[in-house]
Design a protein around this ligand. Structure first.
Ligand code: C5P
Length: 282
């Protein structure tokens, strides 16, 4: 009998992101509000003999050790008490979350892999252990264990649950370029004296290198978004709308060749727990 586990990995936006200062460990001290979105990748972990393998339907998605799913597998394998490298499982990633966009796709895939591989290998992970494993993979990864609306401090990995934000339709605009997270923080450090009105402190320094970001934020506001900002370290920009039709109209207004425009919804914590659960498939 082949055994397989399927799990959804949801995207996030940052409703706000304050950079409080540089830390001695190369990271920055943050205060950010994370919000889960219904937009998701799907991971299928299938038991089969042979070396560990990642297959992704998106060319730009790494299939080797630089994929956080690989590192999640190594840690889970050790937690399962196995020696050597993980094996006998293939992970297929259906990628729908744009890459290098500030939407947390890679981090969410890693957290989803923790859930799925724990189920496949029957590892009982305590909440504390899951958190520790997640935080070792990346600053954003712990958020994706619970999702919903949460405050992140420290590197963004010290979390406090917040009351669910009011449900909203979300228009995501992803420019043709991506932004690397270390670059965004470097640009922030280089003009740390600039004052900005943006909800996201990384927005102005990233927009200084990529003016399209500021144009898109302005365009979403003109379309009636109750809030518009860059997500995380970019390049994606989001607008929040009460009505689906308004989100769809904004999507049409900003669509252009080379851009990806996606209309999705916010996802609350209960929805995240229900829809993000690891499920057995044939
Ligand atoms: O933890 P993660 O690998 O996602 O972080 C990628 C990079 O982003 C870090 O190496 C660092 O340069 C930057 N970063 C930061 N402060 C944070 C989160 C990320 O400077 N709180």
């Amino acid at each position: 009998m082949t055994r397989a586990i399927r799990v959804r990995a949801f995207a996030k936006i940052n409703l706000s992101l304050q950079v409080l200062g540089a830390r001695s460990d190369g990271y920055h001290e943050l205060r950010t509000t994370f919000q889960s979105l219904a937009l998701h990748d799907t991971l299928t972990c299938r038991a089969r003999p042979g070396p560990f393998q990642i297959v992704c339907d998106e060319e730009a998605c790494p299939s080797g050790e630089s994929n956080l799913v690989w590192r999640a597998a190594e840690r889970l394998w050790a937690s399962a008490g196995r020696r050597g490298l993980p094996r006998d499982v293939a992970v297929r990633i259906n990628k729908r979350i744009p890459i290098a966009a500030g939407l947390g796709g890679g981090s969410s895939d890693a957290a989803a892999a923790i859930r799925a591989l724990a189920a496949l290998w029957r590892v009982e992970l305590s909440t504390a252990r899951a958190r520790k494993t997640a935080a070792a993979l990346g600053a954003d990864v712990p958020f994706f264990l619970d999702g919903g609306t949460a405050l992140g401090v420290g590197r963004g990995d010290v979390l406090r649950r917040l009351a669910d934000a009011p449900p909203a339709w979300v228009t995501l605009v992803v420019p043709a370029f991506g932004v690397s997270t270390p670059d965004a923080y470097r640009w922030f450090d280089a003009d740390a004296n600039e004052v900005s009105e943006a909800a996201n402190d990384l927005e102005a320094p990233v927009a200084a290198h990529h003016p399209e970001i500021a144009h898109l934020v302005a365009a979403l506001r003109r379309e009636g978004a109750s809030q518009a900002a860059m997500s995380g370290s970019g390049s994606a920009v989001f607008g929040l709308f009460t009505r689906r039709a308004a989100a769809a109209a904004a999507a049409r207004a900003v669509s252009a060749r080379g851009r990806r425009v996606i209309v999705t919804r916010t996802l609350d914590r209960a929805g995240y727990a229900r829809l993000g659960r690891a499920r057995r498939v044939r």
